[in-house]
Ligand binder design. Structure first.
Ligand code: SF4
Ligand code: SF4
Ligand code: ZN
Length: 332
């Protein structure tokens, strides 16, 4: 285990973790809410440092990132634990249980990504994903710095629930983020995710100024899918940048939730409503809708065609629409 960053010593041998907005007070021998940080003798340790529960080469579109090196792949890693507790958690086996892990040093991860490239795989770098990467902070930081030295990209797929200081320190090494904005009311975050909305919005604002950002909202029927909430979300994103891609994802029953899956009509309505404010709105987790293409917001031409994870960059000339010349915010 490695000593954690961002904590303070308290009375006796207790510590205060200052990595995420929970600000856990952890007694000696205990772990924080996320289960990833442990107090041993008054010292806080990153219990998950280097502990990898899942590793795979994934299409970058699966993160989802649709405007960041479309059609490439990325070495994707996760550990265990999470600092939110969403009732619908789709990755609960690693976020809220104790999966088997193996140790992978940062050097080994970077070497594995470089090996993929040497074998001709279109690998752009490393994604920290599956569970919540910010509670893997020390490991992600060390690995991302090494990866950057080798010219690899670093991607976070995150719930955005982190304090400002750690976020600012890691952003210089991060190239892209997909951030969940799980809903757009304080009540939804409090009651469904056991967190709070404001820190997530601040993360999005800071990240959008520093790296490529896309957002994901899992629509849960009756809980966060009202037209008013969708409009408010889209207006807020547009106030930052109307070119930030927003992905509406289809919910399926998982973990503690047994509500039926999101109706396809709800996803289409959300796309239409958000599309009034934003240039790129996608629907994910619903292959039957075939709604993954990127089209030119100016002339409607298909720029990137997606059939499942088969991706064809068909209508782009560099960063511009081949048909009308419109500048498109996509990192190629
Ligand atoms: S990172 Fe974990 S231990 Fe630290 S405050 Fe957040 S939930 Fe608590
Ligand atoms: S933030 Fe993600 S991993 Fe964590 S509880 Fe929510 S859905 Fe699960
Ligand atoms: Zn065009």
């Amino acid at each position: 285990m490695k000593e954690a960053l961002f904590y303070e010593k308290g009375e006796g041998n207790s510590v205060f973790c200052r990595l995420c907005p929970r600000l856990c007070r952890i007694k000696e021998g205990g772990r924080g809410f996320c289960r990833a940080r442990e107090n041993r003798g008054g010292v806080l340790y990153a219990a998950n440092y280097g502990r990898v529960s899942s590793a795979a080469m994934d299409p970058i579109e699966k993160k989802p990132l649709y405007h960041f090196h479309p059609g490439t792949e990325i070495l994707s890693l996760g550990t265990f634990g999470c600092n939110l507790a969403c009732g619908f958690c789709q990755n609960w086996q690693i976020a809220h249980a104790d999966p088997p892990t193996r140790f992978l040093a940062p050097e080994a991860v970077v070497a594995a990504a470089m090996e993929q490239i040497a074998r001709g795989v279109p690998c752009v770098g490393i994604a920290y994903t599956y569970n919540e990467p910010f509670i893997w902070y020390e490991y992600v930081y060390d690995t991302a710095r090494l990866a950057r030295e080798k010219g690899l990209k670093n991607v976070l797929v995150t719930n955005g629930y982190v304090r400002e200081e750690p976020l600012r320190e890691i952003l210089p090494y991060i190239d892209a983020m997909n951030i969940d904005v799980k809903g757009f009311t304080a009540a939804y975050y409090r009651e469904v995710c056991r967190g709070s909305l404001e820190p997530v919005l601040r993360t999005v604002e800071l990240a959008a100024r520093a790296c490529h950002v896309e957002l994901t909202t899992l629509l849960v029927p009756g809980l966060n899918d009202s037209p008013e909430e969708i409009r408010s979300l889209a207006e807020w994103v547009a106030s930052l940048d109307p070119e930030i891609p927003l992905h509406f994802s289809r919910y399926f029953p998982h973990y503690k939730f047994d509500l039926p899956p999101t109706p396809l009509s709800t996803l289409l309505r959300a796309r239409e409503l958000a599309g009034e404010k934003l240039k790129y709105v996608y629907v994910g987790n619903a292959p039957e809708l075939d709604a993954g293409d990127t089209t030119c917001p100016s002339c409607g031409a298909t720029l990137i065609r997606r059939r499942g994870y088969r991706v064809q960059v068909a209508g782009l000339e560099g960063n511009a629409c081949r048909s009308c010349g419109e500048k498109i915010k996509v990192v190629v």
